[in-house]
Design a protein around this ligand. Structure first.
Ligand code: G3P
Length: 214
């Protein structure tokens, strides 16, 4: 499973990339707004740090606007994947961009039928938001299971990108289900690294290391 970092913060990308665990990046308007920086500047900086798919979202919701923004994002860097919301005009834009060789990540997916439509339109990635389904007392991971099964049934090449990840269990469950990608906030990535037994064991090694004659 590929690991993307889900962030609008370039410093987080730099640190996670140095840790050697990042295959790509996803952003969204809410994440970039927190940085206080210009959207394009953030994405350009990210493209310099990670050589992998970098999703940048359109802000328009009408066909012409989304298509124009998609073309603008595609010019920023060959690694930029255009993030398009899962709405009717969005599917049209996905189809056109695909015919032009521009990859898309269809976002705000909350049902298997939406995922099926995105794949049929030609999305490179589908982003089901599992944490937000958990928030409304559904089981987000059930959606991942259904989408993985449906895509495998028909050999769609759309990659299942698990989004709205909130904890390490989401990452493990996504991997068990065979999701292609998990996009993970920086804090959760750091949680994946740490284990109390690692800390305890290291403390003992350091203490015992001091007893070794030099
Ligand atoms: O990748 C989508 C993600 O950023 C949404 O996460 O936590 O706002 O539901 P969240």
């Amino acid at each position: 499973m590929k690991f993307f970092i889900d962030t609008g913060d370039v410093a987080e990308v730099k640190e996670a990339a140095a840790q050697g665990i990042i295959d790509g990046i996803t952003t969204n308007p809410s994440l970039v707004a927190k940085s206080g920086k210009k959207y394009r500047d953030v994405v350009v900086a990210m493209c310099e740090l990670v050589d992998g798919p970098i999703s940048a979202e359109v802000l328009s919701t009408d066909y012409d606007g989304m298509l124009r923004e998609g073309h603008e994002w595609a010019k920023v860097h060959p690694n930029v994947v255009v993030k398009i919301p899962l709405i009717a005009d969005g599917l049209k834009v996905v189809k056109i961009l695909k015919s032009e060789g521009i990859r898309t990540n269809v976002t705000l997916c909350f049902s298997p039928t939406q995922a099926l439509l995105a794949a049929k339109a030609g999305a490179a990635f589908i982003s089901p938001f599992i944490g937000r389904l958990d928030d409304i007392s559904e089981t987000g991971m059930d959606l991942i299971e259904k989408i993985v099964t449906i895509y495998n049934n028909y050999t769609f090449d759309t990659e299942v990108l698990v989004a709205s990840v909130r904890n390490p269990t989401h990452v493990v469950d996504a991997a068990l289900l065979g999701a292609d990608v998990c996009t993970i906030p920086f804090g959760v990535l750091q949680q994946l690294i740490r284990h109390p037994l690692t800390d305890l064991g290291l403390k003992k090694f350091i203490e015992d290391g001091k007893k070794i004659p030099v």
